[in-house]
Design a binder for this molecule. Structure first.
Ligand SMILES: Nc1ncnc2c1ncn2[C@@H]1O[C@H](COP(=O)(O)OP(=O)(O)OP(=O)(O)O)[C@@H](O)[C@H]1O
Ligand SMILES: [Mg+2]
Length: 262
């Protein structure tokens, strides 16, 4: 078997005495899309942030493209360059144009010359369908367009893998589709992706595997059709019932914080 693009071994992360990740083992093959699902607070964001070292793992190992990124000798900036990340909030620079949002990090982080950085920016804006917005400012774009710019910005750095943390959660429903469409294209082009999402239709269609996390461990993982379509673990079933039909969600003894019916 070829070496996985991302390997996570016995990963633990604590914040003070809050033991958030409790032994995560996960492989992502090159070109695969893994969707990570699970309740709020289960550690999904922390897991992604440990992969690109936005958080320092408490113990365990992470390898990206065969390099141990958790090695204390590693050049963290070099690691981050190989890993693109897209957040719920787009974090674009508000005071410069869309093109400059893509150009500046290439210049600063990769030391690319201006002409090349602009060329790469154009190519990636085209890739996300926003070539016509090159000279706009972020505030002039819809949330969905801003998120596509954020994806194009990450792609401009030439990453080997892309991490998405709930990239559509802050968007109005009618804008979600355009962002997912871009992610579908990336997946079909062979990008290795880890995607934290509540978009189950996306997971079913695009993910090679779905991982269900709860309480800092992987409770269940497998092909999307299996984990989403025929979950084996009661916690997975309960979670899916709640997100697919919030009104059906009253577990006995729960606080019942879901939206009021009718
Ligand atoms: N920087 C931090 N400092 C302290 N505690 C943190 C930090 N980041 C996360 N946590 C804690 O880690 C736990 C898991 O948080 P995390 O954000 O990974 O969950 P999540 O699964 O992404 O949740 P959500 O679905 O709400 O985004 C929570 O208890 C959270 O309070
Ligand atoms: Mg999160």
């Amino acid at each position: 078997m070829p070496q996985p693009e991302i390997e996570i071994r016995a990963l633990h992360k604590s914040f003070g005495d809050n033991h958030v990740l409790r032994g995560i083992d996960l492989d992502v093959a090159r070109g695969d899309v893994v969707c990570v699902i699970g309740p709020s607070g289960s550690g999904k964001s922390t897991l992604l942030r440990c992969v690109n070292l936005l958080e320092e793992p408490s113990s365990g190992q992470v390898f990206v493209g065969g390099t141990e990124v958790t090695d204390i000798e590693v050049d963290i900036d070099a690691v981050r360059r190989r890993i693109g990340m897209v957040f719920q909030q787009f974090n674009l620079f508000p005071h410069v144009t869309v093109t400059q949002n893509l150009v500046l990090p290439q210049r600063r982080v990769l030391g690319r010359g201006k002409a090349e950085a602009v060329k790469v920016a154009r190519e990636n804006l085209e890739r996300v369908g926003l070539a016509d917005k090159a000279d706009a400012y972020p505030a002039q774009l819809s949330g969905g367009q801003q998120q596509r710019v954020a994806i194009a910005r990450a792609l401009s750095m030439g990453p080997e893998v892309m991490l998405f943390d709930e990239p559509t959660s802050a968007l109005d429903p009618e804008l979600v589709g355009d962002v997912l469409a871009v992610m579908r294209v990336l997946a079909s082009e062979g990008m290795t992706m880890m995607v934290v999402t509540h978009e189950m239709s996306f997971a079913r269609e695009v993910a090679d595997r779905v991982v269900f996390m709860d309480g800092g461990v992987i409770v269940e993982e497998g092909p999307a059709a299996q984990v989403v379509g025929d979950p084996q673990h009661p916690r997975t079933r309960d979670f899916l019932n709640r997100i697919l039909d919030p009104s059906a969600a009253e577990a006995p003894g729960s606080e019942g914080g879901g939206p009021a019916a009718g």
